[in-house]
Design a protein around this ligand. Structure first.
Ligand code: ADP
Ligand code: MG
Length: 324
């Protein structure tokens, strides 16, 4: 399903929480809303499932004005994940995940099968977790259950409001990686809110930066890091060149810029260091600096020589030449 905010505003008294916000999200795309605390991310998100009604303007889901769609019908198509998860404390994990299917009057067997499938998807073994109580879960486990619950009825749209904001950095990293894997198999239209730019860059197909209720810019991560707008430059920070490198893989880069040598580099002896093709360019830079080398041999995960990565490749990509 597609999503669109069309000149959407929300006023609380004199204050405009969201101010003339317009943006479209194509079907299957993951949009990240990012910006400082209080800039209007949550309010914009909650307009979609009608937890907030815009003071003016409108929200369209598949071209339909959401104010004309009955709330229950609308929300059936929208999964919603929030930071503090909001698991029902008096229900075990399986009952939490099955809550929406039960409302939709699925039969017991179908619900059970769906719960197992979802626990598997989010990496929690059903035999260990089905009967567990929310109070006994770690932060990361609870977030996984929250994601599983939001996906239960297979909604085409997923709204996520700082879903990984309350867990430690290591768990957050794991959850982000797993979420990318899950998403690649599901192809849902997702709006993901975060105040963490690195998270936005890692997850987003498109990143919309908000400030003071307004949309400042919306672009693909690589493009956003090249944006000259003063607020964006300030927000993306001094290390935006490193952030660009962190987005790109060695494999993609040598695919674009260096033809693969017919027999690999083999024993010809030129470069000494090795880098895996699935490493990021940021990791490659670190390796080059550590080894004092201006080039590295790129090898596939199975150890096959795939080509050579040079410091020039890194400079070009850090400067954004040829970045999509
Ligand atoms: N129900 C409300 N009543 C009054 N002000 C609100 C309400 N909800 C949000 N706001 C204000 O609107 C602004 C945007 O809030 P919010 O969308 O929650 O920002 P974010 O999610 O980006 O941190 C903030 O200044 C906030 O205080
Ligand atoms: Mg918020």
């Amino acid at each position: 399903m597609t999503l669109e905010w069309r000149n959407a505003s929300k006023a609380y008294g004199k204050k405009r929480a969201v101010n003339d916000f317009s943006l479209e999200v194509p079907k299957g795309e993951l949009l990240v809303l990012v910006g400082p605390s209080g800039c209007g991310k949550t309010t914009s998100l909650r307009m979609i499932n009608r937890l907030v009604d815009p003071s003016s303007g409108k929200i369209l889901v598949d071209g339909r004005d959401v104010s004309e769609i009955p709330v229950t019908e609308l929300r059936r198509h929208i999964g919603y994940v929030i930071q503090q998860v909001g698991l029902f404390p008096h229900m075990n994990v399986a009952e939490n995940i099955g809550a929406v299917p039960r409302l939709l009057k699925w039969n017991k067997v179908k619900i059970q099968a769906r719960v197992r499938e979802l626990l598997d998807l989010v990496g929690l073994p059903a035999d260990d977790y089905s009967e567990a109580w929310p109070a006994h879960l770690s932060g990361g486990e609870a977030q996984r259950v929250g994601v599983a619950r939001a996906l239960a009825a297979d909604p085409p749209i997923l709204l996520m409001d700082e879903p990984f904001g309350a867990v430690d950095p290591l768990t957050r990293e794991v959850l982000q990686r797993e979420f990318l894997r899950i998403r690649s198999t599901l192809k849902k239209t997702v709006v993901f809110v975060t105040h963490d730019l690195d998270e936005a860059i890692r997850l987003g197909d498109c990143i919309a930066v908000m400030n003071g209720g307004r949309l400042v810019a919306a672009a693909a991560p690589g493009e956003l890091l090249l944006n000259a707008n003063p607020f964006i430059r300030d927000f993306t920070g001094e290390d935006r060149a490193l952030r660009r490198l962190a987005r790109l893989s060695v494999g993609d880069t040598i695919g674009q810029t260096t033809p693969i040598a017919p027999g690999g580099y083999g024993d010809s002896g030129t470069p000494t260091g090795l880098i895996r093709t699935d490493a990021t360019l940021k990791e490659a830079l670190s390796l080059m600096l550590e080894a004092g080398e201006s080039s590295l041999n790129a090898v596939s995960p199975s150890g096959r020589h795939m080509g050579k990565l040079t410091m020039e490749n890194l400079l070009e990509n850090a400067a954004g030449i040829g970045v999509s």
